[in-house]
Design a protein around this ligand. Structure first.
Ligand code: CA
Ligand code: CA
Length: 172
């Protein structure tokens, strides 16, 4: 990967988190993400699934702020994201799993409409609701299927999520 491609990827990852597109990752972005996901599946915010998702979204924000909000202004700038989040998550993927697990668990539960595990179609809808481009969402959803045609275990989803965000560094 050359550095232009690396820059493009980082920008895309940042945009995934900056849901309201104001140039910063902040608590509101995680609330926006949770709300969009619940709306897509018609899940009430006050339901158990809704509450779990919001709690997971808050935990993800707190974790992100803890590793990346260096100046403590309660928002993560693009610079902080690149130097803080991306690098530190790459150095410590387990930490990332810990931070992201409650949100992902909540999201998987919301997308699991019949209690048998989320279908690829549901996973694709979930990713699109979170702002992932349609083609990337379809590819990611298919990659996460297990032998039963349902979305695989939480650990595999977490691993895929971590892999997506722990972008390799550009080759010189
Ligand atoms: Ca934002
Ligand atoms: Ca900051």
């Amino acid at each position: 990967m050359d550095s232009a491609e690396y820059e493009r990827r980082i920008a895309a990852r940042f945009a995934n988190f900056d849901q309201d597109r104001n140039g910063y990752i902040a608590r509101e972005d995680f609330g926006t993400a949770a709300k969009a996901l619940l709306a897509e599946f018609g899940t009430p915010a006050r339901s158990d699934k809704g509450q779990s998702l919001y709690i997971g979204a808050e935990a993800l924000w707190q974790g992100m702020a803890g590793i990346a909000d260096v100046d403590g202004d309660q928002r993560v700038s693009r610079d902080e994201f690149v130097t803080g989040a991306v690098k530190r998550l790459r150095d410590n993927p387990e930490r990332f799993a810990e931070i992201a697990r409650p949100f992902l668990r909540g999201a998987i539960a919301v997308a699991d409409e019949d209690g048998q595990g989320a279908t690829a179609e549901a996973a694709e809808r979930a990713l699109r609701a979170l702002g992932v481009a349609p083609e990337a969402a379809a590819t990611a959803a298919k990659a996460l299927l297990d032998g039963n045609g349902r979305i695989a275990t939480e650990d595999r989803v977490l691993a895929a999520f971590a892999a997506y965000f722990t972008t390799p560094e550009p080759e010189e």
